[in-house]
Design a protein around this ligand. Structure first.
Ligand SMILES: Nc1nc2c(c(=O)[nH]1)N[C@H]1C(S)=C(S)[C@@H](COP(=O)(O)O)O[C@H]1N2
Ligand SMILES: [Mo]
Length: 541
């Protein structure tokens, strides 16, 4: 910047050019103001489309206004457009919308230059119309208006900044006695701002639009999926798995409530038709599996509780779902695992990877699945559609790769999962844990009135055989345990307690099926999972 400036002032040639420019008034300022209006419109589209992308494809004013116009247009107009453009009618509509918008925004630019803030108000009014279209579309969500509002804010900002630059240029050019360089500098600043804003908007807006379109295509592909019935269905969930206690965590977590943890800024959009899984590394023969091939295999259902290593004691980064998938063990058998390997590095399209002990994946008694279904539907996009891994007994970061496309058979000595070099342990078996769901910390109870102290306890794959509750520093009392379909899921528990007046501390600990008692030692989630007893303070009066 500085160097360029120095170069310019030192050459007579450029000085002459600048003098020539500076001595003239700004040509056609109204046209430039109109251009500012158009750039502001492009900025509006860019920010709004980016917002829509962040919202998962919802709230695009472009789409909403387009469909509102289609809905509101009189039938004669529709017939005319279809008659003129045939199947290109949607394109024609968008071209028409673009022309109208550009004309209006150009006018707004001219108006803003002449009579601020009326040009900005035109943008606000147009934004209000778009907002109306967005929020009245069927199935619109709470945040769907946000992209439009942010877009209008961006447009008004761009309009005002550019027009301010234009005004400075005009002012500099209008003073004949001013330094001849001043007008040139202002002119350059105006052009740089205008062109840079326009270019950035086109790039950002275009990329966002493409991203949203890909996401919507993947969503449509997901809706079209019909999962096969399981060759080996899961047993019915017994009624005894769910205790009749208000506010207890349900035994099976609905998909919409299932915790989500991943490093993906944007949920990957994968069309199952494009998906393949490649099994390679220390194998006798590479295996490549397509979506259709996977669905044609005899699939199994298995209920597994999945939890995150980052879960704090008492935290909710855990859920239990019925998974439909194919045993990874069988696929590894197909590939023929070679001696010396002890780990499978699974990779996802988003760059995530997990290192899972080979023996766990090969174990006949562990339902380590390449899963396609979650609670009776295709995996939700944010839970790994079309295919993910689920391994009972291991934390998600070392086993539950979503959007998985690759299994490399290797060794812990040779490869690392994503989180291992970032301070988390190479191995991540789930720890014995229990949680009090109700009463909540700080609850005001009624002295003498019985309450249900209840929650869940887990150590997937090992199983839980007991839960004990302690109030204040009293004795540990046995809670009543609900049933579970297998050791791979959590269990609900309840302890009926009648508080006396005063403040109380309630604690819980679990006993695993192999007789371990949950440790009181408090550890943070790093490097391999939190421990300690969940403790809740309540008062009774
Ligand atoms: N591709 C990918 N898969 C991933 C992750 C990720 O960041 N990217 N996170 C893992 C972690 S840390 C956990 S706890 C589980 C969470 O799965 P969920 O979001 O379906 O609950 O996914 C695992 N699989
Ligand atoms: Mo996690």
């Amino acid at each position: 910047m500085h160097a360029t400036y120095a170069a310019r002032v030192s050459t007579t040639a450029s000085r002459t050019t600048e003098q020539a420019t500076a001595s003239e008034p700004v040509h056609r300022p109204a046209l430039l103001a109109a251009a500012c209006g158009v750039v502001a419109f492009v900025a509006f589209l860019a920010v709004a489309e980016l917002g829509a992308l962040v919202l998962g494809g919802a709230g695009s004013p472009l789409v909403a206004v387009g469909s509102a116009v289609i809905d509101l247009a009189p039938p004669a107009a529709k017939d005319l457009v279809v008659g003129l453009f045939g199947t290109g009618d949607k394109v024609a509509l968008f071209v028409l919308m673009a022309v109208v918008s550009v004309v209006v925004c150009a006018g707004a630019g001219v108006l803003e230059r002449a009579r601020p803030p009326f040009g900005a108000l035109v943008f606000a009014a147009g934004g209000a119309l778009a907002l109306f279209a967005v929020t009245t579309r069927s199935g619109s969500g709470t945040w769907d208006g946000a992209p439009t509002v942010l877009g209008v804010a961006a447009a008004v900002l761009v309009l005002r900044v550019l027009l301010q630059r234009l005004r400075r240029w005009e002012a500099a050019a209008a003073v004949p006695s001013a330094s001849p360089r001043a007008a040139a500098t202002e002119r350059r600043a105006f052009l740089v701002w205008g062109i840079a804003t326009a270019a950035a908007s086109v790039v950002v807006g275009g990329a966002a639009r493409v991203g949203t379109a890909a996401m919507q295509a993947a969503a449509a592909a997901r809706r079209a999926v019909e999962l096969p019935r399981a060759a080996t269905p899961a047993p019915e969930v017994p009624a005894g798995a769910s205790l009749d206690v208000a506010d207890i965590t349900p035994y099976v977590t609905p998909n919409a409530d299932f915790y989500r943890i991943d490093t993906a800024l944007r949920v990957p959009s994968i069309d199952p038709a494009d998906w393949t899984l490649r099994i390679h590394g220390a194998v006798d023969r590479e295996v490549e599996l397509t979506w259709d091939e996977l669905l044609a295999l005899p699939l199994q259902e298995h209920m597994t509780t999945l939890s995150c290593v980052s879960n704090e004691v008492g935290g909710d980064l855990i859920g239990n779902a019925l998974w439909l998938g194919f045993p990874i063990r069988e696929l590894l058998r197909r590939a023929g695992v070679q001696d010396g390997a002890d780990m499978v590095l699974s990779r996802s399209v988003d760059g995530f990877s997990a290192g899972t002990p080979l023996d766990v994946l090969q174990d006949e008694g562990t339902a380590a699945l390449l899963a396609v279904g979650m609670n009776g539907e295709p995996l939700p996009p944010e839970h790994g559609f079309p295919v993910r891994m689920v391994v009972p007994g291991l934390f998600g970061y070392v086993s539950a790769t979503k959007w998985v496309t690759e299994l490399e058979v290797t060794r812990f000595a040779d490869a690392q999962g994503y989180w291992t070099p970032r301070g988390w342990s190479e191995r991540g078996p789930v720890k014995l844990e229990s949680r009090i769901d109700t009463p909540r910390g700080g609850a005001a109870l009624t002295a003498g009135k019985p309450v249900a102290v209840a929650g869940v306890a887990w150590q997937p794959h090992t199983g839980v055989k007991g839960v004990q509750v302690r109030v204040d520093d009293g004795a540990w009392e046995d809670a009543t345990l609900a049933e579970s379909v297998s050791a791979d899921t959590w269990r609900q528990w309840v302890y009926r307690w009648t508080p006396e007046a005063g403040d109380h501390r309630i604690q819980v600990r679990a006993v695993s099926a192999d007789g371990q008692v949950q440790t009181s030692v408090e550890r943070p989630p790093t490097p391999n999972g939190a421990t300690g007893w969940h403790t809740v303070q309540v008062s009774a009066g």
